[in-house]
Ligand binder design. Structure first.
Ligand code: ADP
Ligand code: MG
Length: 309
């Protein structure tokens, strides 16, 4: 099988959208509506860095697309299309089959079309570039949190980090934790519903503390959050009871099922109805303050977040 057979067999899917020219030409062609903006983002996953070496093809594909969809979610964008740059050590058809079918399943679920990519030989790495669409000037930015805003997070914090820690310690995480780590559900519907409701938003990829700090720095504000208000799963809660290690949920990262967003007091009820409508828990963890400092009530040490360099 050569490169072109591989592309044809595994990545040239039937189009979801007749408005697009996808895989097969030198460029993809996309039509866009007037009074709209495109939102675009790219993320790379490298074997051994972003996922352990023995991760299944299914989970690698899911995570590679989910982390990118999570960026669209954080802006409130509706997914439109993506490209895939795939570097493979060799052509392993059973791996490709698992990868391609998982990618296709997730892309259908979020109604996003694969329109092109690149296929090369080398150490396993997956780069996905996603593009979504938004009504002009409505995107949820990091830079528009306002003093007095309530700070919310979706779901629970720290599950992926606990799974990763257990894997590194040669323990097998529970299936619930593994699901959060390997196959997170990006909060696309939530992001869309927050348009016009939230003042600012970010997805939690590098740990709540660091990601909330991005909102604070870019909005020139501070925040006060309460440790005891942070929503935790039973497993993370038990872990903290045993170790008192609050740094795991605060700086663990990989919480691609979590959006952190700020809303004016007058929109808190709207947030509650969105949570009920979508069937996800949305929890208030604090408030935006004037002094440019993140105060974490109940935390008596500094946590360090993951950085590549
Ligand atoms: P070019 O050399 O002109 O950039 P390629 O030969 O690399 O084109 O790719 C041929 C077609 O297949 C292009 O439309 C490209 O976008 C698509 N393609 C290549 N690799 C992938 C992939 N992994 N997934 C989806 N589409 C791909
Ligand atoms: Mg070409």
């Amino acid at each position: 099988m050569n490169e072109f057979d591989l592309i044809e067999k595994y990545f040239n899917w039937k189009s979801l959208n007749s408005d697009m020219l996808g895989v097969g030409d030198d460029c993809a062609l996309i039509s866009i509506q007037s009074q709209h903006q495109l939102a675009t983002s790219v993320d790379t996953l490298i074997e051994g860095v972003h996922f352990p070496k023995n991760t299944s093809a299914h989970d690698v594909a899911h995570k590679a697309l989910a982390v990118n969809l999570s960026d669209l979610a954080a802006m409130g964008a509706t997914p439109l299309y993506f490209t895939l740059a795939l570097t493979l050590p060799n052509i392993n058809e059973s791996w490709l089959k698992g990868f391609s079918s998982s990618l296709k399943t997730l892309s259908k679920k979020y109604n996003i079309q694969l329109v092109g990519g690149d296929t090369t030989k080398g150490a396993l790495s997956i780069t996905i570039n996603v593009t979504g669409v938004l009504p002009k000037n409505q995107a949820l930015l990091r830079s528009s949190a306002k003093v007095g805003d309530a700070i919310f997070v979706s779901n629970t914090i720290g599950d992926a980090a606990l799974a990763w820690q257990q894997i590194q310690n040669n323990k097998t995480p529970s299936s619930a934790l593994l699901k959060k780590f390997n196959t997170p559900e990006p909060q696309v519907a939530l992001g869309q519903k927050l348009l016009g409701v939230a003042n600012s938003c970010i997805d939690v990829s590098d740990g709540l503390e660091q990601d909330l700090s991005h909102i604070l720095n870019q909005s020139s504000v501070g925040a006060r959050i309460n440790l005891t208000d942070i929503p935790l799963s039973d497993e993370v809660s038990n872990y903290i009871e045993q170790t008192n290690d609050w740094c795991l949920p605060l700086s663990g990262g990989d919480d691609y099922y979590v959006l952190c967003f700020t809303v004016p007091e007058t929109h808190i009820e709207a947030v509650q109805s969105i949570g009920e409508e979508l069937g996800i828990s949305l929890t208030k963890i604090g408030v935006i303050t004037k002094n440019k400092h993140l105060e974490i009530k109940g935390l008596n040490k500094t946590c360090t977040s993951y950085q590549h360099f």
